[in-house]
Design a protein around this ligand. Sequence first.
Ligand code: UT7
Length: 326
Amino acid sequence: MPRARIVATGAYVPEKILSNRDLEKMVETTDEWITDRTGIKERHIASSKEACSDLAYNASKEALKTAGLKGKDLDLLIVATVTADMPLPATACILQDRLGAHNAAAFDLNAACSGFLFALATAEAYITTGMYKRVLVAGAEVLSRATDWEDRSTCVLFGDGAGAAILEPAEGEEGIISIKLYSDGSKGDLLEVPGGGSRVPCSAESVKEGLHFIKMKGNETFKFAVKTLEGLVTGMLEENGLRSSDLALLIPHQANLRIIKATAERIGLPLEKVLVNIHKYGNTSAASIPIAMDEAVRGGKIKNGDYVLLEAFGGGLTWASALLKW
Ligand code: UT7
């Protein structure tokens, strides 16, 4: 079975920037607190005209251009998101239409901040079994629409953006070596948007109670993340006979600089080998890994034959890692 490999990437963030200083005027917080506790300095916020599919479209167009492909060349399109344009139709179907990807099946996938890796694993499975040849995977979020701008414990964390990757069967040894996905639904209440689904449908009351906003038990989530990510990354390396020194780059989900640093330290990886861009974008959930990956590729931080490790952690709870030979 041929491996699946990423042949091109793309990314897009909205133009508007919201800095920590701007947030100081909105809630009781300081640039110092946000920087020390999270590493975030600013984040991008979608305009009122931009929805999830618009961000995904811009990132996907860039990936297609880089690959020298058109929408009609795609067989499958997966959008990982928790902030879809609307409940129905799927954002992936809206994207399919805009890209002119008439030959592609399209669906959304929700695994929160781990969404891009869950989608990557899905794309890989379709490619390695031979069902589809060319798959576009996008992680796209407009978290600003699910943010309670009066809740300082969450509103300083999130940002909007999108990243995309195109996968094809590999010709040689390059590509996805392994992907591991994990979930623990018993801890779902650590990070949730309680309203807007069939449990608590949208009503005047649900809006009044703020049930359509992200609620997070930040400290518990933080501890679970630090504990879990070390084992996740070391397990992936060990199973593939590698050491952290074999990695050219670790691309982590950008949730908190302290989580990223703790993971790197625990596995003995110097920070120069870790892609960090949380200061510019905040936590963009499913978009964070593909945005970071695109930055690494365009910045020349990854070259052919390099081992690259991706890891993510998020609501669900879900967590995942992927080992790639570039
Ligand atoms: O994306 C995937 C999943 N998400 C994550 O992995 C996020 C994980 N969690 C975190 O990153 C961190 O827990 C946070 C950044 C959210 C919070 O940092 P923390 O060190 O866990 O702080 P805390 O929640 O324990 O709060 C410490 C103090 C509290 O005050 P008291 O009770 O000690 O007086 C908070 O009220 O900081 C206060 N606080 C703030 N102060 C200024 C909370 N938010 C703010 C704020 N500005 N924005």
